[in-house]
Design a protein around this ligand. Structure first.
Ligand SMILES: C[S@@+](CC[C@H](N)C(=O)[O-])C[C@H]1O[C@@H](n2cnc3c(N)ncnc32)[C@H](O)[C@@H]1O
Length: 245
């Protein structure tokens, strides 16, 4: 059985490794969320949107660990399957729904926080997206994002490194540096950026997860070649947090 115990993530350590690995859609969402949550002020009873929530691991974690009310919205995953996965953790009350990130079915100003783990890169890089999304936050509401990131901007490199292009193709242009995100958000003057940092262990954790997935499935995970070739040169995750003004 794959071991996901990690010295930096005591809360995530309490969750069943098989449950998490079966829900794999990318690097350990609970490690990412536990790190991201250090940058957020999550309090019991708050309304939190988990955007791009996938199979529901982060939604279960948010409800269980922080006592918040969670709406788990995702495009590709069937909400019934996500609800079953969340219920398997003994978590009740999470609303799962199918939603597209540009046409969200919520009232403006409804949420205390919006959290997005390994999904923002699919829809959040357009210049006008931040303004749209924070419309759903109360004033002072928090946005927290964990997203694949680069130590150098691809624009500055002038090309997508071959080992990344091989797996991700052009979509890697949505993987930015923490400084890129900070500027992108700060320039709007719509939010105060409270965190924009690269995870120092992001690549190592991603590799650790990819090896655990390989062991769990009995076959080599698709990301392993890319991560091994990278050797921590370019790839990591960015942890981003901001408050709506
Ligand atoms: C890599 S998966 C990560 C899922 C989950 N957050 C996790 O970490 O396990 C990316 C998720 O983003 C969601 N997604 C991609 N584009 C989306 C869009 N336009 N609107 C809503 N969700 C989207 C997909 O449905 C998918 O579940």
């Amino acid at each position: 059985m794959a071991d996901l115990k990690h010295e930096d993530y005591p809360r995530a350590n309490a969750y069943d490794a098989d449950w998490l690995l079966a829900a794999d859609m990318g690097p350990n969402p609970l490690w990412l969320l536990e790190d991201l949550a250090h940058e957020l002020d999550l309090r019991p009873g708050q309304r939190v949107l988990d955007l791009g929530s996938g199979k529901g691991a982060t939604a279960a974690f948010l409800a269980k660990e922080y006592g918040v009310q969670v709406w788990a919205a995702d495009l590709w995953v069937d909400p019934t399957a996500a609800a079953a996965n969340i219920a398997a953790q003994g978590v009740d009350g999470v609303v799962t729904l199918k939603a597209e990130a540009h046409t969200l079915p919520f009232a403006h100003g409804f949420f205390d926080a919006i959290v997005c783990v390994d999904a923002y890169e699919y829809f959040g890089t357009a210049d006008n997206y931040l303004a749209y999304l924070i419309g759903f936050l109360k004033p002072g509401g928090q946005l927290g994002v964990a997203t694949p990131a680069m130590t150098r901007e691809i624009r500055d490199l002038g090309h997508i490194p071959e080992h990344i292009k091989k797996l991700v193709g052009w979509e890697a242009i949505a993987w930015h540096t923490a400084d890129w995100w900070r500027f992108q958000w700060e320039i709007t003057e719509l939010v105060d950026v409270t965190a924009a940092r690269l995870q120092p262990n992001g690549w190592a954790d991603w590799l650790r997860w990819s090896r655990a997935v390989s062991e769990y499935r009995g076959e080599r995970d698709g990301a392993l070649d890319m991560l091994e070739a990278d050797n921590g040169q370019f790839l990591t995750f960015a942890i981003l947090a901001a408050r709506k003004r």
